[in-house]
Design a protein around this ligand. Sequence first.
Ligand SMILES: [Cu+2]
Length: 553
Amino acid sequence: MLFFSTFIVQGQLLEIELRAKAGLQFNKVRFEAKPGQKVVLDLYNDDQMAHNLVFTKEGKRQAVANLALTLGEEAEAKNWVPDTDDVLWATPVLKPGENHKLKFTAPNKSGVYPYVCTFIGHGFVMYGAMYVGKDMPEIAKDMNVPELARTGGVPNEEEAIVANGALKNFRYSVYEGDWNKLPDFEKLKPVKTGEAKSGIADTSFSKKRDNFGIVMEGELEIKKKGEYTFNLGSDDGSRLLINGVPVVVNDGIHGVVRKSGSTNLNAGVNLVRIEYFEKGGGEHLSLDMSGPGIKKLQLARNTAPKNSQKNPYPTGNPIIPENNEAVIYRNFIEGASPRGIGVGYPEKVNLCFDANTMQIAILWHGTFIDGAKHWTNRGQGFQKPSGHYLMNLSRDQPFAVLENSDSEWPKVEGRDTRAEKMSFGGYRLKQKSRHPVFQYQIAGLRVTDYPEPQGGSMPSIIRHLEIQGNGEVYYLAASGKNITEKNGFYSFSDSMLQVGFPDKENLKPIIRENAGRQELLLKIELDGRVAFKQHYRWNVDYIMKNHTHGHQK
Ligand SMILES: [Cu+2]
Protein backbone atom coordinates (compact mmCIF):
# COMPACT_ATOMS: atom_id res chain seq x y z
CA MET A 1 0.00 0.00 0.00
CA LEU A 2 1.23 3.47 -0.81
CA PHE A 3 0.79 6.17 1.77
CA PHE A 4 2.15 9.65 1.39
CA SER A 5 5.56 8.29 0.59
CA THR A 6 5.22 9.76 -2.88
CA PHE A 7 5.75 13.16 -1.30
CA ILE A 8 8.75 12.54 0.85
CA VAL A 9 12.15 12.61 -0.65
CA GLN A 10 14.52 10.66 1.50
CA GLY A 11 16.50 12.88 3.83
CA GLN A 12 13.82 15.50 3.96
CA LEU A 13 12.60 16.65 7.33
CA LEU A 14 9.60 14.90 8.86
CA GLU A 15 7.70 16.95 11.38
CA ILE A 16 5.39 15.16 13.78
CA GLU A 17 3.08 16.70 16.30
CA LEU A 18 2.32 14.45 19.23
CA ARG A 19 0.06 15.37 22.13
CA ALA A 20 -0.24 13.78 25.55
CA LYS A 21 -3.91 13.56 26.43
CA ALA A 22 -5.91 12.84 29.56
CA GLY A 23 -6.36 9.17 30.36
CA LEU A 24 -2.74 8.22 29.60
CA GLN A 25 -2.96 8.52 25.84
CA PHE A 26 -0.97 9.93 23.00
CA ASN A 27 -3.15 11.43 20.28
CA LYS A 28 -1.18 9.46 17.70
CA VAL A 29 -0.30 5.89 18.42
CA ARG A 30 1.85 5.40 15.32
CA PHE A 31 3.49 7.20 12.43
CA GLU A 32 5.83 6.47 9.54
CA ALA A 33 9.34 7.69 8.82
CA LYS A 34 11.91 6.88 6.16
CA PRO A 35 15.14 5.14 7.12
CA GLY A 36 17.70 7.81 7.93
CA GLN A 37 15.13 10.60 7.77
CA LYS A 38 15.53 13.64 9.97
CA VAL A 39 12.61 13.95 12.37
CA VAL A 40 11.40 16.81 14.53
CA LEU A 41 8.83 15.56 16.97
CA ASP A 42 6.87 18.27 18.74
CA LEU A 43 5.47 16.90 21.97
CA TYR A 44 2.71 18.90 23.63
CA ASN A 45 1.35 18.06 27.04
CA ASP A 46 -2.40 18.76 26.97
CA ASP A 47 -2.99 16.74 30.11
CA GLN A 48 -3.25 17.78 33.74
CA MET A 49 -0.31 15.64 34.74
CA ALA A 50 3.28 15.30 33.66
CA HIS A 51 4.45 12.98 30.85
CA ASN A 52 7.57 12.21 28.88
CA LEU A 53 8.32 10.36 25.65
CA VAL A 54 11.06 7.80 25.19
CA PHE A 55 11.98 6.04 21.95
CA THR A 56 13.42 2.58 22.37
CA LYS A 57 15.16 0.03 20.23
CA GLU A 58 12.94 -2.50 18.51
CA GLY A 59 11.01 -4.70 20.89
CA LYS A 60 12.33 -2.91 23.96
CA ARG A 61 9.32 -0.89 25.01
CA GLN A 62 8.35 -3.01 27.98
CA ALA A 63 11.91 -3.58 29.08
CA VAL A 64 12.56 0.17 29.16
CA ALA A 65 9.24 0.97 30.86
CA ASN A 66 9.92 -1.67 33.50
CA LEU A 67 13.43 -0.38 34.07
CA ALA A 68 12.03 3.11 34.63
CA LEU A 69 10.06 1.66 37.52
CA THR A 70 13.29 0.79 39.30
CA LEU A 71 14.70 4.33 39.20
CA GLY A 72 13.46 5.09 42.70
CA GLU A 73 14.63 8.42 44.02
CA GLU A 74 16.71 9.14 40.95
CA ALA A 75 13.60 9.17 38.80
CA GLU A 76 12.92 12.91 38.87
CA ALA A 77 16.51 13.88 38.21
CA LYS A 78 16.72 11.47 35.28
CA ASN A 79 13.41 12.55 33.79
CA TRP A 80 12.22 8.99 34.33
CA VAL A 81 14.59 7.77 31.63
CA PRO A 82 16.51 4.68 32.71
CA ASP A 83 20.20 4.25 31.88
CA THR A 84 20.19 1.66 29.15
CA ASP A 85 21.37 1.30 25.57
CA ASP A 86 17.81 0.35 24.70
CA VAL A 87 16.81 4.02 24.93
CA LEU A 88 17.29 5.86 21.64
CA TRP A 89 15.97 9.37 22.34
CA ALA A 90 13.90 10.94 25.09
CA THR A 91 12.19 14.19 25.99
CA PRO A 92 12.33 15.67 29.48
CA VAL A 93 9.28 15.25 31.67
CA LEU A 94 6.79 17.89 30.49
CA LYS A 95 4.50 19.61 32.94
CA PRO A 96 0.92 20.43 31.94
CA GLY A 97 0.88 22.93 29.08
CA GLU A 98 4.58 22.51 28.22
CA ASN A 99 6.01 21.38 24.93
CA HIS A 100 9.33 20.10 23.68
CA LYS A 101 10.87 19.55 20.26
CA LEU A 102 12.73 16.27 20.02
CA LYS A 103 15.11 16.12 17.07
CA PHE A 104 16.60 12.89 15.85
CA THR A 105 17.47 10.90 12.77
CA ALA A 106 15.38 7.81 12.17
CA PRO A 107 17.42 4.60 12.19
CA ASN A 108 18.74 3.37 8.85
CA LYS A 109 17.52 -0.08 9.68
CA SER A 110 13.88 -0.64 8.78
CA GLY A 111 11.76 -1.65 11.71
CA VAL A 112 9.17 -0.72 14.29
CA TYR A 113 10.59 1.60 16.94
CA PRO A 114 8.39 1.99 20.01
CA TYR A 115 7.80 5.18 21.93
CA VAL A 116 6.49 5.21 25.46
CA CYS A 117 5.83 7.50 28.39
CA THR A 118 7.93 6.14 31.25
CA PHE A 119 6.65 8.63 33.81
CA ILE A 120 5.35 7.09 37.02
CA GLY A 121 4.01 3.83 35.71
CA HIS A 122 2.38 5.18 32.53
CA GLY A 123 4.44 2.86 30.36
CA PHE A 124 1.96 0.03 30.68
CA VAL A 125 -0.64 1.82 28.63
CA MET A 126 0.79 5.02 27.17
CA TYR A 127 2.76 4.17 24.08
CA GLY A 128 2.95 3.97 20.31
CA ALA A 129 5.30 3.08 17.48
CA MET A 130 7.32 4.72 14.73
CA TYR A 131 7.33 2.64 11.56
CA VAL A 132 10.61 3.12 9.73
CA GLY A 133 10.65 1.98 6.12
CA LYS A 134 7.86 -0.43 6.84
CA ASP A 135 4.18 -0.43 5.94
CA MET A 136 1.78 -0.26 8.83
CA PRO A 137 -0.67 -3.09 9.28
CA GLU A 138 -4.35 -2.39 9.68
CA ILE A 139 -4.68 -0.66 13.03
CA ALA A 140 -7.06 -3.29 14.38
CA LYS A 141 -4.27 -5.85 13.94
CA ASP A 142 -1.37 -3.70 15.08
CA MET A 143 0.10 -5.18 18.25
CA ASN A 144 2.48 -2.21 18.56
CA VAL A 145 -0.29 0.15 19.65
CA PRO A 146 -2.35 0.07 22.85
CA GLU A 147 -5.36 -2.17 22.98
CA LEU A 148 -7.72 0.79 23.21
CA ALA A 149 -6.41 2.24 19.95
CA ARG A 150 -6.69 -1.16 18.26
CA THR A 151 -10.30 -1.54 19.24
CA GLY A 152 -11.20 2.03 18.37
CA GLY A 153 -11.81 2.78 22.04
CA VAL A 154 -9.88 6.03 21.74
CA PRO A 155 -9.94 8.52 18.92
CA ASN A 156 -7.01 7.72 16.72
CA GLU A 157 -5.35 10.63 15.03
CA GLU A 158 -2.46 8.62 13.70
CA GLU A 159 -3.46 9.16 10.13
CA ALA A 160 -3.21 12.91 10.40
CA ILE A 161 0.48 12.80 9.71
CA VAL A 162 2.45 15.94 9.15
CA ALA A 163 4.54 15.27 6.12
CA ASN A 164 6.94 18.09 5.81
CA GLY A 165 7.63 19.35 2.38
CA ALA A 166 4.32 18.23 0.95
CA LEU A 167 3.90 21.71 -0.47
CA LYS A 168 6.86 22.90 -2.49
CA ASN A 169 7.87 26.51 -3.04
CA PHE A 170 5.76 27.28 -0.07
CA ARG A 171 5.19 30.96 0.68
CA TYR A 172 2.85 33.01 2.79
CA SER A 173 1.58 36.57 3.31
CA VAL A 174 0.25 37.88 6.59
CA TYR A 175 -2.38 40.65 6.74
CA GLU A 176 -3.87 42.60 9.58
CA GLY A 177 -7.47 43.73 9.76
CA ASP A 178 -10.80 43.29 11.44
CA TRP A 179 -13.03 41.26 9.15
CA ASN A 180 -16.24 39.29 9.43
CA LYS A 181 -15.52 37.28 6.31
CA LEU A 182 -12.54 36.63 4.08
CA PRO A 183 -11.41 39.89 2.47
CA ASP A 184 -10.13 40.18 -1.08
CA PHE A 185 -6.52 39.73 -0.09
CA GLU A 186 -5.32 40.78 -3.55
CA LYS A 187 -6.44 44.31 -2.74
CA LEU A 188 -4.64 44.42 0.59
CA LYS A 189 -1.01 45.00 1.45
CA PRO A 190 0.57 42.26 3.54
CA VAL A 191 2.41 43.22 6.73
CA LYS A 192 4.76 40.32 6.23
CA THR A 193 5.64 37.79 3.54
CA GLY A 194 7.91 34.84 3.68
CA GLU A 195 8.77 31.35 2.63
CA ALA A 196 8.36 28.35 4.89
CA LYS A 197 10.64 25.40 4.37
CA SER A 198 8.24 23.38 6.49
CA GLY A 199 5.90 23.20 3.51
CA ILE A 200 2.96 23.17 5.81
CA ALA A 201 0.38 25.88 6.42
CA ASP A 202 0.48 27.20 9.95
CA THR A 203 -1.37 29.98 11.76
CA SER A 204 1.83 30.79 13.62
CA PHE A 205 3.08 32.66 10.52
CA SER A 206 1.19 35.56 12.09
CA LYS A 207 2.64 37.14 15.20
CA LYS A 208 -0.75 38.53 16.16
CA ARG A 209 -3.33 36.13 17.54
CA ASP A 210 -6.41 38.20 16.70
CA ASN A 211 -7.49 40.32 13.74
CA PHE A 212 -5.21 38.83 11.15
CA GLY A 213 -5.37 36.96 7.88
CA ILE A 214 -2.92 34.66 6.09
CA VAL A 215 -2.67 33.56 2.48
CA MET A 216 -0.53 30.49 1.95
CA GLU A 217 0.46 29.05 -1.42
CA GLY A 218 2.48 26.09 -2.48
CA GLU A 219 2.90 23.49 -5.18
CA LEU A 220 1.51 20.04 -4.68
CA GLU A 221 2.95 17.32 -6.82
CA ILE A 222 0.38 14.73 -7.78
CA LYS A 223 1.60 11.37 -9.04
CA LYS A 224 -1.69 9.86 -10.03
CA LYS A 225 -4.52 11.47 -11.94
CA GLY A 226 -7.81 11.11 -10.09
CA GLU A 227 -10.27 12.52 -7.61
CA TYR A 228 -8.85 14.00 -4.40
CA THR A 229 -10.77 15.05 -1.29
CA PHE A 230 -9.77 17.94 0.95
CA ASN A 231 -10.96 18.50 4.55
CA LEU A 232 -10.63 22.07 5.69
CA GLY A 233 -11.26 23.03 9.31
CA SER A 234 -10.99 26.55 10.66
CA ASP A 235 -11.90 29.12 13.31
CA ASP A 236 -12.71 31.64 11.91
CA GLY A 237 -13.13 31.53 8.11
CA SER A 238 -11.06 29.84 5.42
CA ARG A 239 -11.06 28.88 1.78
CA LEU A 240 -9.10 26.38 -0.29
CA LEU A 241 -8.35 26.97 -3.96
CA ILE A 242 -6.63 24.50 -6.23
CA ASN A 243 -5.26 25.92 -9.45
CA GLY A 244 -7.29 29.06 -8.75
CA VAL A 245 -10.61 27.23 -8.38
CA PRO A 246 -12.38 27.17 -4.97
CA VAL A 247 -12.65 23.57 -3.72
CA VAL A 248 -13.69 24.16 -0.10
CA VAL A 249 -15.28 27.36 1.20
CA ASN A 250 -15.51 27.61 4.98
CA ASP A 251 -16.00 31.35 5.35
CA GLY A 252 -17.47 33.51 8.12
CA ILE A 253 -16.99 33.91 11.85
CA HIS A 254 -17.39 30.66 13.71
CA GLY A 255 -15.80 28.18 16.06
CA VAL A 256 -14.03 25.19 14.57
CA VAL A 257 -16.05 24.13 11.52
CA ARG A 258 -14.84 21.41 9.13
CA LYS A 259 -15.91 21.27 5.51
CA SER A 260 -14.76 19.08 2.70
CA GLY A 261 -14.69 19.17 -1.06
CA SER A 262 -13.38 17.05 -3.90
CA THR A 263 -11.77 17.80 -7.22
CA ASN A 264 -10.13 15.94 -10.08
CA LEU A 265 -6.43 16.55 -10.38
CA ASN A 266 -4.03 15.72 -13.15
CA ALA A 267 -0.63 14.26 -12.50
CA GLY A 268 1.97 16.97 -12.12
CA VAL A 269 2.25 20.19 -10.19
CA ASN A 270 -0.96 21.75 -8.86
CA LEU A 271 -1.17 25.11 -7.12
CA VAL A 272 -2.68 25.04 -3.63
CA ARG A 273 -3.85 28.28 -2.04
CA ILE A 274 -5.24 28.53 1.49
CA GLU A 275 -6.87 31.74 2.67
CA TYR A 276 -7.55 32.16 6.35
CA PHE A 277 -8.63 34.84 8.79
CA GLU A 278 -9.07 35.10 12.52
CA LYS A 279 -11.10 37.82 14.23
CA GLY A 280 -11.01 37.05 17.94
CA GLY A 281 -11.12 34.22 20.42
CA GLY A 282 -9.91 30.74 19.58
CA GLU A 283 -8.08 30.01 16.35
CA HIS A 284 -7.78 26.85 14.37
CA LEU A 285 -6.67 25.73 10.94
CA SER A 286 -6.43 22.20 9.68
CA LEU A 287 -6.31 20.75 6.19
CA ASP A 288 -5.78 17.23 5.05
CA MET A 289 -6.22 15.45 1.77
CA SER A 290 -6.75 11.93 0.54
CA GLY A 291 -6.98 10.31 -2.86
CA PRO A 292 -5.23 7.81 -5.15
CA GLY A 293 -2.10 6.63 -3.31
CA ILE A 294 -2.63 9.03 -0.41
CA LYS A 295 -4.31 7.69 2.65
CA LYS A 296 -4.24 10.99 4.50
CA LEU A 297 -1.86 13.88 4.15
CA GLN A 298 -1.84 16.86 6.45
CA LEU A 299 -1.32 20.23 4.79
CA ALA A 300 -2.06 22.65 7.64
CA ARG A 301 -1.84 22.92 11.37
CA ASN A 302 -1.61 25.47 14.16
CA THR A 303 1.41 25.60 16.38
CA ALA A 304 0.70 29.12 17.65
CA PRO A 305 0.44 29.32 21.42
CA LYS A 306 -3.14 28.78 22.44
CA ASN A 307 -4.96 31.11 24.77
CA SER A 308 -5.76 28.17 26.99
CA GLN A 309 -2.10 27.75 27.76
CA LYS A 310 -2.35 30.65 30.16
CA ASN A 311 -4.24 28.14 32.21
CA PRO A 312 -2.77 24.69 31.71
CA TYR A 313 -5.65 23.13 33.62
CA PRO A 314 -8.57 23.57 31.28
CA THR A 315 -11.07 21.45 33.17
CA GLY A 316 -11.64 23.64 36.16
CA ASN A 317 -9.99 24.06 39.50
CA PRO A 318 -7.67 21.16 40.11
CA ILE A 319 -6.54 20.76 43.67
CA ILE A 320 -2.85 20.01 43.75
CA PRO A 321 -0.70 18.92 46.66
CA GLU A 322 1.93 21.61 47.10
CA ASN A 323 4.97 22.24 49.31
CA ASN A 324 5.29 18.52 49.81
CA GLU A 325 2.09 18.48 51.84
CA ALA A 326 -1.03 16.38 51.46
CA VAL A 327 -4.24 18.17 50.51
CA ILE A 328 -7.71 17.27 51.65
CA TYR A 329 -10.93 17.55 49.71
CA ARG A 330 -14.11 17.23 51.75
CA ASN A 331 -16.82 17.57 49.17
CA PHE A 332 -18.77 14.73 47.60
CA ILE A 333 -16.52 12.33 45.74
CA GLU A 334 -17.93 9.92 43.20
CA GLY A 335 -17.61 6.35 44.44
CA ALA A 336 -17.77 7.17 48.14
CA SER A 337 -20.50 8.15 50.56
CA PRO A 338 -21.28 11.83 51.11
CA ARG A 339 -18.85 11.53 53.97
CA GLY A 340 -15.86 10.79 51.78
CA ILE A 341 -12.60 12.52 52.62
CA GLY A 342 -10.29 12.85 49.65
CA VAL A 343 -6.57 13.00 50.30
CA GLY A 344 -4.06 13.94 47.60
CA TYR A 345 -0.43 13.22 48.36
CA PRO A 346 2.59 14.81 46.68
CA GLU A 347 3.76 11.24 45.91
CA LYS A 348 1.05 11.25 43.18
CA VAL A 349 -1.09 8.69 44.90
CA ASN A 350 -4.52 9.64 46.21
CA LEU A 351 -7.25 8.09 48.28
CA CYS A 352 -10.75 8.65 49.49
CA PHE A 353 -11.50 7.62 53.04
CA ASP A 354 -15.17 6.94 53.63
CA ALA A 355 -16.13 8.23 57.08
CA ASN A 356 -19.41 6.31 56.96
CA THR A 357 -17.76 2.92 56.96
CA MET A 358 -14.23 3.87 58.10
CA GLN A 359 -12.78 2.36 54.97
CA ILE A 360 -10.43 3.40 52.18
CA ALA A 361 -13.01 3.44 49.40
CA ILE A 362 -11.02 4.68 46.40
CA LEU A 363 -7.37 4.74 45.43
CA TRP A 364 -5.89 6.36 42.35
CA HIS A 365 -2.70 7.66 40.81
CA GLY A 366 -1.78 10.99 39.31
CA THR A 367 -3.86 14.14 39.45
CA PHE A 368 -5.90 14.40 42.61
CA ILE A 369 -9.24 16.00 41.98
CA ASP A 370 -10.83 18.85 40.11
CA GLY A 371 -12.61 21.14 42.51
CA ALA A 372 -14.79 22.71 39.83
CA LYS A 373 -18.03 21.43 41.34
CA HIS A 374 -16.87 22.51 44.74
CA TRP A 375 -16.37 26.08 43.63
CA THR A 376 -19.14 26.59 41.16
CA ASN A 377 -21.89 24.31 42.28
CA ARG A 378 -21.41 23.59 45.92
CA GLY A 379 -23.10 20.46 47.12
CA GLN A 380 -24.47 19.55 43.72
CA GLY A 381 -23.36 16.20 42.49
CA PHE A 382 -20.25 14.16 43.09
CA GLN A 383 -16.79 15.09 41.87
CA LYS A 384 -14.87 12.43 39.96
CA PRO A 385 -11.31 11.67 40.93
CA SER A 386 -9.09 13.14 38.18
CA GLY A 387 -6.17 10.78 37.79
CA HIS A 388 -5.72 7.26 36.48
CA TYR A 389 -5.42 3.66 37.65
CA LEU A 390 -8.55 4.25 39.69
CA MET A 391 -9.64 1.47 42.04
CA ASN A 392 -13.04 1.44 43.69
CA LEU A 393 -12.62 -0.80 46.71
CA SER A 394 -15.33 -2.42 48.72
CA ARG A 395 -16.68 0.08 51.24
CA ASP A 396 -17.38 -2.49 53.95
CA GLN A 397 -16.44 -1.55 57.45
CA PRO A 398 -12.89 -2.69 58.20
CA PHE A 399 -13.49 -4.29 61.61
CA ALA A 400 -16.30 -6.47 62.87
CA VAL A 401 -17.03 -8.94 65.60
CA LEU A 402 -18.28 -12.12 63.93
CA GLU A 403 -20.26 -14.88 65.58
CA ASN A 404 -17.98 -17.41 63.92
CA SER A 405 -15.62 -17.52 60.98
CA ASP A 406 -18.50 -18.27 58.57
CA SER A 407 -20.69 -15.37 59.63
CA GLU A 408 -21.48 -12.84 56.97
CA TRP A 409 -19.64 -9.53 57.02
CA PRO A 410 -21.95 -6.66 58.06
CA LYS A 411 -23.50 -5.35 54.87
CA VAL A 412 -23.14 -1.90 53.40
CA GLU A 413 -26.35 -1.53 51.42
CA GLY A 414 -26.11 1.94 50.04
CA ARG A 415 -24.06 5.03 49.84
CA ASP A 416 -25.38 6.37 53.11
CA THR A 417 -25.09 3.17 55.15
CA ARG A 418 -22.91 3.58 58.17
CA ALA A 419 -20.83 0.97 59.85
CA GLU A 420 -22.34 -0.78 62.85
CA LYS A 421 -21.50 0.55 66.27
CA MET A 422 -19.07 3.07 64.97
CA SER A 423 -18.31 6.68 65.62
CA PHE A 424 -15.94 8.77 63.63
CA GLY A 425 -13.56 10.84 65.72
CA GLY A 426 -12.23 12.97 62.87
CA TYR A 427 -8.60 13.19 61.90
CA ARG A 428 -5.50 14.97 62.97
CA LEU A 429 -2.80 16.14 60.58
CA LYS A 430 0.79 15.11 60.97
CA GLN A 431 3.22 17.97 61.21
CA LYS A 432 5.05 18.99 58.05
CA SER A 433 3.54 16.36 55.75
CA ARG A 434 -0.04 17.18 56.81
CA HIS A 435 -0.97 13.54 56.31
CA PRO A 436 -4.31 12.87 57.98
CA VAL A 437 -4.51 10.24 60.69
CA PHE A 438 -8.08 9.04 61.09
CA GLN A 439 -9.52 8.12 64.44
CA TYR A 440 -12.69 6.19 65.12
CA GLN A 441 -14.41 3.68 67.30
CA ILE A 442 -15.88 0.57 65.82
CA ALA A 443 -17.03 -2.81 67.10
CA GLY A 444 -15.89 -1.88 70.57
CA LEU A 445 -12.40 -0.90 69.40
CA ARG A 446 -10.57 2.38 69.37
CA VAL A 447 -8.74 2.71 66.07
CA THR A 448 -6.01 4.97 64.77
CA ASP A 449 -5.83 4.65 61.00
CA TYR A 450 -2.89 6.23 59.21
CA PRO A 451 -2.51 5.79 55.44
CA GLU A 452 1.08 6.59 54.50
CA PRO A 453 1.95 7.29 50.87
CA GLN A 454 4.88 5.44 49.33
CA GLY A 455 6.60 7.44 46.62
CA GLY A 456 8.46 6.09 43.63
CA SER A 457 7.69 4.93 40.19
CA MET A 458 4.53 3.06 41.09
CA PRO A 459 3.30 4.85 44.21
CA SER A 460 1.32 2.93 46.79
CA ILE A 461 -0.19 3.26 50.26
CA ILE A 462 0.73 1.60 53.50
CA ARG A 463 -2.10 1.74 55.99
CA HIS A 464 -0.96 1.71 59.61
CA LEU A 465 -3.69 0.47 61.94
CA GLU A 466 -3.49 0.66 65.68
CA ILE A 467 -6.35 -0.84 67.63
CA GLN A 468 -7.21 -0.99 71.30
CA GLY A 469 -9.74 -3.29 72.89
CA ASN A 470 -10.33 -6.81 74.02
CA GLY A 471 -11.56 -10.05 72.55
CA GLU A 472 -11.73 -11.54 69.08
CA VAL A 473 -12.21 -9.24 66.14
CA TYR A 474 -11.92 -9.65 62.36
CA TYR A 475 -10.37 -7.27 59.89
CA LEU A 476 -11.55 -7.25 56.27
CA ALA A 477 -8.46 -6.38 54.25
CA ALA A 478 -10.11 -6.64 50.83
CA SER A 479 -12.65 -8.57 48.84
CA GLY A 480 -13.09 -9.56 45.22
CA LYS A 481 -12.95 -12.47 42.83
CA ASN A 482 -10.46 -15.35 42.93
CA ILE A 483 -7.91 -14.21 45.44
CA THR A 484 -4.44 -15.59 44.79
CA GLU A 485 -1.25 -15.16 46.75
CA LYS A 486 2.26 -14.71 45.42
CA ASN A 487 5.33 -13.57 47.33
CA GLY A 488 3.19 -12.31 50.17
CA PHE A 489 0.89 -10.24 47.98
CA TYR A 490 -2.76 -11.04 47.38
CA SER A 491 -4.26 -10.35 43.94
CA PHE A 492 -7.81 -10.39 42.63
CA SER A 493 -8.96 -11.49 39.20
CA ASP A 494 -11.34 -8.53 38.92
CA SER A 495 -9.20 -5.64 40.13
CA MET A 496 -5.90 -3.79 39.91
CA LEU A 497 -5.59 -4.12 43.65
CA GLN A 498 -2.81 -6.04 45.30
CA VAL A 499 -2.51 -6.15 49.07
CA GLY A 500 0.16 -7.35 51.44
CA PHE A 501 0.90 -7.20 55.13
CA PRO A 502 4.41 -5.83 55.70
CA ASP A 503 4.70 -7.17 59.25
CA LYS A 504 3.02 -10.45 58.85
CA GLU A 505 4.69 -12.55 61.56
CA ASN A 506 1.63 -12.61 63.76
CA LEU A 507 -0.93 -12.21 60.98
CA LYS A 508 -2.50 -15.19 59.30
CA PRO A 509 -4.73 -13.98 56.49
CA ILE A 510 -7.80 -16.11 55.84
CA ILE A 511 -9.34 -16.35 52.39
CA ARG A 512 -12.99 -17.25 52.65
CA GLU A 513 -15.93 -17.54 50.30
CA ASN A 514 -18.85 -15.51 51.56
CA ALA A 515 -21.91 -13.82 50.13
CA GLY A 516 -20.83 -14.46 46.54
CA ARG A 517 -17.32 -13.09 46.84
CA GLN A 518 -13.97 -13.94 48.29
CA GLU A 519 -12.85 -12.10 51.35
CA LEU A 520 -9.38 -11.62 52.71
CA LEU A 521 -9.66 -11.53 56.50
CA LEU A 522 -7.39 -11.23 59.47
CA LYS A 523 -8.48 -12.70 62.76
CA ILE A 524 -7.14 -10.64 65.64
CA GLU A 525 -7.06 -11.67 69.29
CA LEU A 526 -6.91 -8.49 71.30
CA ASP A 527 -5.71 -8.00 74.77
CA GLY A 528 -4.99 -4.32 74.91
CA ARG A 529 -3.27 -2.85 71.92
CA VAL A 530 -2.31 -4.27 68.52
CA ALA A 531 -0.71 -2.56 65.54
CA PHE A 532 -0.40 -3.88 62.01
CA LYS A 533 0.05 -2.63 58.48
CA GLN A 534 -1.63 -3.24 55.16
CA HIS A 535 0.04 -2.43 51.89
CA TYR A 536 -2.24 -1.31 49.02
CA ARG A 537 -0.51 -1.39 45.68
CA TRP A 538 -1.30 -1.72 42.00
CA ASN A 539 -1.09 -5.06 40.24
CA VAL A 540 1.10 -4.31 37.24
CA ASP A 541 0.34 -7.67 35.60
CA TYR A 542 -3.35 -6.89 35.74
CA ILE A 543 -2.84 -3.42 34.26
CA MET A 544 -0.76 -4.80 31.38
CA LYS A 545 -3.09 -7.67 30.68
CA ASN A 546 -6.18 -5.54 30.66
CA HIS A 547 -4.59 -2.38 29.26
CA THR A 548 -6.77 -0.57 31.66
CA HIS A 549 -6.56 3.14 32.18
CA GLY A 550 -8.57 2.97 35.31
CA HIS A 551 -11.46 5.07 34.08
CA GLN A 552 -13.99 2.28 34.29
CA LYS A 553 -17.16 4.27 33.98
CU1 LIG B 1 2.69 9.73 30.81
